[in-house]
Design a protein around this ligand. Structure first.
Ligand SMILES: [Zn+2]
Length: 102
């Protein structure tokens, strides 16, 4: 498995997003009963570190698609489709041996 380091953040269009998998991030996400969030105001992707690496990679892909949707698609992709796209991309990338983590 090739682990791609996401801890230094990512670039989506003209925007730099930080990726936060810290304990404080986990507490915030647990309070919202969430595994991940994409905050467009602060350009931060949060991923709940309580889940294992394969699921963190899936959540990361989901939040990247959320960011791409906002920046490139004016937020027009309905959420169920974001979910399906992230499942599909995650499956293909896992099959290729690519996993996102830190
Ligand atoms: Zn979502």
């Amino acid at each position: 498995m090739h682990n791609v380091d996401i801890s230094k953040g990512i670039q989506v269009g003209g925007f730099r997003f930080s990726v936060d998998t810290s304990e404080s991030s986990r507490k915030h996400l647990d309070a919202d009963r969430d595994l991940g969030q994409c905050d467009f105001d602060n350009h931060t992707i949060q991923i709940n570190n309580k889940i294992d690496s394969i699921h963190q990679s899936k959540v990361f892909i989901h939040e990247v698609i959320e960011a791409v949707n906002q920046i490139y698609c004016d937020g027009e992709i309905p959420h169920p489709n974001i979910q399906r796209l992230s499942y599909g991309l995650h499956q293909v990338l896992e099959d290729l041996g690519v996993r996102f983590g830190k």
